[in-house]
Every structure is written in C-alpha cells, then in structure tokens.
Design a protein around this ligand. Structure first.
Ligand code: HH2
Length: 258
C-alpha cells in the first residue's frame, strides 16, 4: 500500500503533494514502483495534527482519486475517518476505506462501507491525533490492542460489513511509545491470530527516528527492517511511502520464508 498524502502537514511529506498535479504524478510513481493499492489521504493524523473540514478534505482527495482512477488499474484506498469523504471517494473511484478511527470517528461510516460492499481497514488508536502521544499507558499493549480490534471487528460485522471485508491494523505510532511500538512488532503474531489480514503501517515513523537519529526522509532502511519483521510475523499489507525499496525487501524476504 503506497502512501499518497494530499495534505500541507503530514509528518514526512506534508506539502509535497498538495497540488493535484503533483499528487497525481506521485500516484503514478507509486504504481510504477509496484504498489498494489494507493492510499489517498487529505487529513494528517500525525501527533498534534489539527482536524480538517469535510469541504477541505473533499477538495483535496476527490480530484486526485478521479484522475488516478481514470488512468490506472491500481486500486485506490481512501484514508479518512469521515463518512462523507469516504462516500465521495468511493464514487470517484476508490474501492477501499482506511479508517484510522476504526469506525469510531463518524457514526455513519460503517453504513457507508456496508452499503458500498468494499474492504475496510480498522486501525487501533489510543485517543485522538491531537493528544494521542501525551503519555500513552497500557498494562499490556498487545492484549489491549487485540481486544480493541476484536471488538471493532464485531461491531463492523454487526453493522452489516462482511467479515471477509475487514482488515486490522495495530496502529503503530497511534498513541504508543517507542517501547509500545516495539512490543507490538515483537508480538505481531498475536494480532494476526485474530484471524483477519493485518495491515502494518510503520513507514518513516517517529520511533524509527528515535532508534536511528534520522529525519523522516532518511528512515527508509529502518522502515524496510520493520516491514520485513512484520512479514515474518504474518502481516499481509504494508503501508509505506517508499514502495520500491520495501517491495524488493519483501519479495526477497518472502521468497526466503516460503
Ligand atoms: N498511519 C498514518 C496514516 N494512516 N493508516 C493505517 N492503516 N495504518 C497506519 O499506520 C497509518 C494510516 C500516518 O502516516 P502518514 O499518512 O504518513 O502521515 P500523516 O498522518 O501525517 O498524513
């Protein structure tokens, strides 16, 4: 899953793809690098990010999704927690909903996904982006994330979303310290054991900077390292900014693990 942030403030690529033409060009690049899905987002969820209005989010993502859908076969995902944005993105050509609030952010979201009969990714987040990194605490981070995802999966099914449509994501960096992220990666098999395919999103994140002392754009090697470990532990989808490097690493690691 290649990341396409049409935002002024995303943590690693904010402002780079805000103009529709550059966003479409980046979408083409991600597809040419071998992305199987392109995740278009119009609202940053970095720690401390300010919320974006529905109008602004629609203005950012809809033209980009329309343009990409018209010219490529690579499926498109909409990274949003707003039902109205998801609905418009699906009409514009997206076929996957990536909701970092796991259907919590908008009461109408589950209905939109159920009606459209598309796949959805439910992500664990503690709190909300503005405050999630203010001293997050868990007794057992893996147990709590697992319990949350199981509960959200049940809720999704209860709302009419087919179980086979649901992907689960432990939400690396969403209300977690360095140690919480490492524990989740170490024990990712326990999230995989829920029985739904797992999405893993660690690309360029802050904990990699803490471990390597590198700024966002120089965290590719760290990103590749954790994605290979996530593959070995059973993750199925890898959400990354650096598609070419990650894809090569996953191909080699995957062939070795067979
Ligand atoms: N992380 C981010 C955004 N969306 N979706 C899923 N499923 N999993 C993730 O880990 C995830 C996500 C944050 O990264 P990014 O999009 O690069 O930054 P920002 O939120 O600042 O736009």
């Amino acid at each position: 899953m290649g990341v396409l942030n049409v935002t002024p403030d995303s943590f690693s690529d904010g402002g780079l793809f805000l103009e529709p033409g550059t966003a479409v060009a980046q979408g083409r690049l991600l597809a040419s690098e071998g992305a199987d899905l392109i995740d278009v987002g119009g609202e940053s969820t970095r720690p401390g990010a300010d919320p974006v209005s529905v109008t602004d989010e629609l203005e950012r993502v809809v033209p980009v999704i329309e343009a990409l859908a018209a010219e490529m076969r690579t499926p498109l995902s909409i990274d949003t927690s707003k039902a109205e944005v998801a609905r418009a993105a699906l009409s514009a050509g997206a076929s996957f909903v990536n909701d970092v609030t796991a259907l919590h952010g908008d009461a109408a979201m589950a209905g939109v996904v159920a009606d459209a009969q598309v796949d959805v990714c439910l992500v664990h987040m503690k709190g909300e982006p503005r405050t999630m990194q203010d001293d997050p605490r868990y007794d057992d981070v893996v147990g709590e994330v697992r319990g949350f995802l199981e509960e959200r999966l049940e809720l999704a099914i209860g709302a009419g979303i087919a179980e086979q449509r649901v992907w689960l994501d432990p939400g690396i960096g969403f209300g977690k310290t360095l140690e919480h992220n490492l524990e989740l990666i170490r024990r990712l098999d326990e999230i995989v054991a829920i029985g739904r395919p797992v999405v893993f999103g660690a690309s360029r994140k802050r904990f990699l900077g803490r471990l390597t002392d590198r700024p966002e754009a120089e965290r590719v090697a760290g990103t590749v390292a954790v994605n290979v470990l996530a593959l070995e532990r059973g993750a199925t989808m890898f959400r990354v900014h650096d598609v070419a490097a990650t894809r090569d690493a996953l191909r080699v690691a995957g062939a070795t693990l067979k």
